[in-house]
Design a binder for this molecule. Structure first.
Ligand SMILES: NC(=O)c1ccc[n+]([C@@H]2O[C@H](COP(=O)([O-])OP(=O)(O)OC[C@H]3O[C@@H](n4cnc5c(N)ncnc54)[C@H](OP(=O)(O)O)[C@@H]3O)[C@@H](O)[C@H]2O)c1
Length: 252
């Protein structure tokens, strides 16, 4: 059983920065060839020029559901295989109460965070993994397990992604394993509003005394993508520096 991804081909969405980029790098370091997907073609081209031959890229908006088949077409034409899919891209265009969100923002969040991943999973499964095996990792959030102010709709999509992971694990085994990761607060552009100006105080309240870095999540994605997790499917793995074990009175 190997943690090595040698000979495997992976798709990582949202790979132009943050957790997706760290995951793509980790996979390449472990021997995989990786197709990086995001909207920003020039950012992806620059990343490829740094990462070298083991990286390819394709600019696709995951919220444009009718364009998602471009990804599988590209990867199968280039490599004739897809062993690993990491659904990492997500959006959160709305801060506020669920009762006030407008339909356009609901639809956008749902498309990028849930329906885009499902469309990609369906294609990857039916075109390759069903007959050849594979591992799918969905990047959810601790928000999908908790109730929070202001990011309620985003959390609804992440809760649905966790549920979808469990359902797909049932339907796709034994050929394909489907797991999800629920990150806590990770220092990326996406979560900047949540950690900027208060990183030290947040870190102090965590059992592990620091907020997350993208590599913390990439390491778990590597484990779930690799054969070392071959008896795991349908799970949500919380990676949060211990935030979820803090009692109501604080850590000390
Ligand atoms: N950071 C945290 O604290 C935290 C906590 C829990 C869960 N997460 C989850 O972790 C994942 C990665 O987030 P991150 O923190 O690494 O954020 P990030 O640094 O802002 O990266 C987000 C990535 O998603 C891509 N993306 C956004 N919308 C897209 C779209 N419509 N189509 C294609 N690509 C799109 C972005 O690329 P382009 O702009 O180039 O398209 C970027 O590569 C997300 O699923 C997020 O929900 C993050």
């Amino acid at each position: 059983m190997e943690l090595s991804l040698l000979g495997k081909v992976a798709i990582v969405t949202g790979a132009s920065r943050g957790i997706g980029l760290a995951t793509a790098k980790e996979f390449i370091d472990s021997g995989a060839e990786v197709v990086l997907v995001s909207r920003d073609e020039s950012a992806l081209a620059e990343i490829k020029s740094n990462l070298g031959q083991k990286a390819e890229y394709l600019a696709v908006n995951l919220g444009h559901l009718d364009e998602i088949s471009k990804i599988t077409e590209f990867v199968l034409k280039r490599y004739s295989r897809i062993d690993i899919l990491v659904n990492n891209a997500a959006t959160n265009p709305y801060y506020g109460k669920l009762s006030d969100i407008d339909l356009m923002l609901e639809q956008k969040t749902l498309d990028v965070n849930l329906l885009g991943p499902l469309e990609l999973i369906k294609l990857v499964y039916n075109l390759y993994m069903k007959d050849n095996g594979g591992s799918i990792v969905n990047i959810a959030s601790v928000g999908g397990l908790n109730i929070e102010w202001n990011i309620g709709f985003y959390n609804v999509t992440k809760a649905a992604l966790i549920h979808m992971t469990r359902q797909l694990a049932l339907e796709m085994g034994p050929a394909v394993r489907v797991n999800s990761i629920a990150p806590g607060l990770v220092k990326t552009k996406f979560a900047k509003k949540l950690w900027e100006d208060k990183e030290t105080s947040i870190a102090e309240n965590l059992p592990l005394k620091r907020i997350g870095v993208p590599e913390d999540i990439a390491n778990m994605a590597l484990f779930l993508a690799s054969d070392r997790s071959s008896w795991m499917t349908g799970q949500v793995v919380v990676v949060d520096g211990g935030a979820s074990v803090i009692p109501s009175g604080g850590v000390s």
